[in-house]
Design a protein around this ligand. Structure first.
Ligand code: MTE
Ligand code: MO
Length: 322
C-alpha cells in the first residue's frame, strides 16, 4: 500500500505523530478520489484499503504518550480467530468481510435492536481517543482509536433493573476465521470469543466501541468493523469483531477465564502488584520503542487510568478479584 510506503521511508526521521499528520493530509486527498468510486451504503472494509472517517472530534481523554506506528499497530496483533502468531491476523484476515455487518443488542433492556454498522457510525458522536493498550503478555502500545462511548449506546437501549453485566460476542464463522477450526491452527479456545464487563464498567466514559484507528475504518486484523476498547484492563478484554451485545444478570463466562480461571480473572484490571502465575506484570515493553536492552518501563496501576477508574473498585480485594 502506497500510504504505508510513505510512512516507512520517513519512519527513521520523524515521529509517529508527524507521520500521522502527514498521512492524514495524504488520506484526505485519497479519500476524495476514493469517494467517487464508493458504492452507496457499503463500506469498503479491507486491511489494505483504509477509508477515512469523517466528523471525528479529538477527545480530552487522550493520553499524550507517543503514538505507536500504524505499521506496528496493524502487524503485531492478537486475534486468535486468525492464528496465534502476532503476524497471522494481518496475513489471514485480509479477505475478511466486515460489511455488511449487524450488531444485535439484546437481553435485559427495554429496546432490543439490530444495528447496521453504518447506522452506528452515523448515529453516535465519533471521537479520536488515544489510549495505552497493555497486553497481558507484558507489552504495550499507544493507539489513536476512533470510536464512541459505549454508554451512548447503552442509554439508547435502556437496560432494566436486572441488567448487571454486559456480554460481548465475536462473530462465529470458521470459514472466514480459520483459527476457529479445531486442530493445529486453532488456539484451543472455545468459540465464539466472549467478553464481559460489569454494567458500571461498561458505562464508564473511558469505555468505547472503536470503529477505526489513525482516522481510518478499523483494519480487519484490529477487529473490523467494531471492537471494544477498555483501556484500564488487559488487552484481551477488548474483544474484536463484535456481532452481539447482551445485557445479563449474572457474570458472563468469558473466553480466557473459561480456558484458565487461575491465570485470567474476570476483571483483568492492569495491576503491577498482581503477577500472572507464570510471569511478572510489574513492567512492560512498548512495541516499536523498547528493546531487550531498554530500561524497564514500569506498568502503572489500572494502566495509568487510576484517577478515573479506581473508584469503581472501592472496597474490593483486587488480589482476589484480579
Ligand atoms: N475476538 C478476539 N478479540 C480479541 C482477541 C482475540 O484473540 N479474539 N485478542 C485480544 C488481545 S489478547 C489483545 S492484546 C487485543 C489486541 O488488539 P490489537 O490487535 O488491536 O492490538 O485484542 C483482544 N481482542
Ligand atoms: Mo493480549
Amino acid at each position: 500500500m502506497l500510504i504505508n510506503k510513505t510512512a516507512d521511508i520517513l519512519a527513521s526521521e520523524i515521529t509517529p505523530k508527524e507521520i500521522y499528520h502527514q498521512r492524514r493530509r495524504f488520506l484526505q486527498q485519497a479519500a476524495a478520489i476514493a469517494a467517487a468510486g464508493a458504492t452507496a451504503g457499503l463500506l469498503p472494509y479491507s486491511s489494505e484499503a483504509g477509508q477515512k472517517i469523517t466528523n471525528v472530534k479529538k477527545s480530552p481523554l487522550s493520553t499524550a504518550d507517543r503514538l505507536t506506528s500504524y505499521k506496528d499497530i496493524t502487524s503485531y496483533n492478537n486475534f486468535y480467530e486468525f492464528g496465534t502468531d502476532k503476524s497471522d491476523p494481518a496475513r489471514y484476515a485480509k479477505n475478511f468481510r466486515a460489511s455488511p455487518w449487524t450488531v444485535s443488542v439484546e437481553g435485559e433492556i427495554k429496546k432490543p435492536a439490530k444495528y447496521q454498522i453504518e447506522d452506528l457510525l452515523k448515529h453516535f458522536p465519533l471521537e479520536e481517543r488515544i489510549y495505552r493498550l497493555r497486553c497481558v503478555e507484558a507489552w504495550s502500545m499507544v493507539v489513536p482509536w476512533v470510536g464512541f462511548a459505549l454508554r451512548d449506546l447503552i442509554r439508547r437501549v435502556e437496560p432494566n433493573s436486572r441488567a448487571k453485566y454486559v456480554e460481548f460476542i465475536t462473530l462465529h464463522d470458521s470459514e472466514q476465521m480459520p483459527g476457529q477450526k479445531p486442530g493445529l491452527f486453532g488456539a484451543g479456545l472455545d468459540w465464539p470469543y466472549v467478553e464481559g464487563l460489569r454494567l458500571d464498567e461498561a458505562m464508564h466514559p473511558l469505555t468505547i466501541l472503536a470503529v477505526g484507528l489513525y482516522g481510518e475504518l478499523m483494519p480487519n486484523q484490529n477487529g473490523a468493523p467494531i471492537r471494544l476498547v477498555v483501556p484500564w484492563k488487559y488487552g484481551f478484554k477488548s474483544i474484536k469483531s463484535i456481532v452481539k451485545i447482551r445485557f445479563v444478570e449474572k457474570q458472563p463466562l468469558t473466553t480466557w477465564f473459561r480456558s484458565n480461571p487461575r491465570e485470567y480473572g474476570f476483571y483483568s484490571n492492569v495491576n503491577p502488584t498482581v503477577d500472572h502465575p507464570r510471569w511478572s506484570q510489574a513492567s512492560e515493553r512498548r512495541i516499536g520503542e523498547d528493546t531487550l536492552f531498554s530500561p524497564k518501563r514500569k506498568t502503572l496501576m489500572f494502566n495509568g487510568y487510576a484517577d478515573q477508574v479506581a473508584s469503581l473498585y472501592t472496597g474490593m480485594d483486587l488480589k482476589k478479584y484480579f
